[in-house]
Design a protein around this ligand. Structure first.
Ligand code: OAD
Length: 242
């Protein structure tokens, strides 16, 4: 049994119909990061920020996992390897795929799923930091479930300038893994962009990039396979499943 750390980014969800950030017509082409994805933006214009995440949360009711998410879920469910899946994505397509395959992070001792940039389907009290499951829109009038006051709930999303979640666990997995696979990420945003370097400098794992095109850090990976995630992910996982 190998220990495998997998990092996913927006490219794994692109063929499900969710926009990436930096491709043509990506989310950051149509919105300025500093208007919708910083604590300062939320303080200045909470409605604009909530509307941006409300729109993205609502999309989750319509999108379905693609064959890359499903291949990952099947790979994990087989329990032949220990998988530490780190996603930068705030969508729930890995969870949807797990559900479709009958895989569950709670019942599978060889599977950990971490949303390092938070989750659209959760909200957080900005005073107590308590986190709630959240499927609906949040408005400036929505009352927080813990303090019952309006204006305190924020999306459970890591904004620019904030610390990504569960970094201790992630660095431990990167140093410990036999194989690190990076899927559908452009390698522009740290700390995730530095994970491959961490494995190479402080770990022992073989490093593989599966992406539509070479990422910013492509030179650091030992092995690369380029193409749509729905093709390259099932193909690569089939190769290593045995
Ligand atoms: P990007 O939009 O920066 O990069 C997406 C990558 O996916 C690009 O390298 C594309 O070539 C690739 N791609 C596009 N379609 C693909 C497909 N069908 N199959 C395979 N690859 C495909 O998205 P991320 O790298 O995920 O953070 O962005 C990282 C972070 O930047 C996000 O988590 C978000 C953003 O700002 C926060 O909001 C904190």
């Amino acid at each position: 049994m190998k220990t495998i750390a997998i990092l996913t980014g927006a490219g794994v969800s692109a063929e499900s119909g969710l926009s990436t950030f930096r491709d043509n017509n990506g989310l950051w082409c149509n919105h300025r990061v500093e208007d919708v994805a910083t604590p300062e933006a939320f303080a200045l214009n909470p409605k604009l920020v909530q509307d941006f995440y409300n729109m993205r949360r609502a999309q989750l009711k319509e999108v379905r996992p693609n064959s890359a998410h499903l291949a990952l879920a099947k790979f994990v469910a087989a329990q032949k390897h220990k998988v530490f899946l780190i996603t930068q994505n705030v969508d729930n397509l890995h969870e949807q795929a797990d559900k479709a395959i009958g895989n569950s992070a709670q019942d599978n001792p060889y599977y950990t799923l971490i949303h390092m940039h938070g989750e659209l389907r959760k909200a957080r009290c900005s005073v107590s930091d308590e986190v709630f499951e959240w499927d609906d829109d949040i408005t400036t009038e929505t009352r927080c479930s813990c303090c019952n006051l309006p204006g305190r709930l924020r999306p459970h999303i890591v904004w620019f300038g904030e610390m990504p979640l569960h970094m201790d666990l992630i660095y431990h997995a990167l140093r410990d893994c036999d194989l690190f696979i990076s899927i559908g990420t452009s390698g522009n945003v740290y700390p995730a962009a530095g994970f491959v370097q961490e494995v190479r400098m402080n770990g022992k794992g073989h490093t593989v990039e599966l992406n539509m095109e070479p990422s910013s850090g492509h030179n650091i990976f030992a092995e690369k396979l380029y193409g749509p995630a729905t093709q390259v992910v099932p193909k690569y996982l089939a190769k290593i499943a045995a």
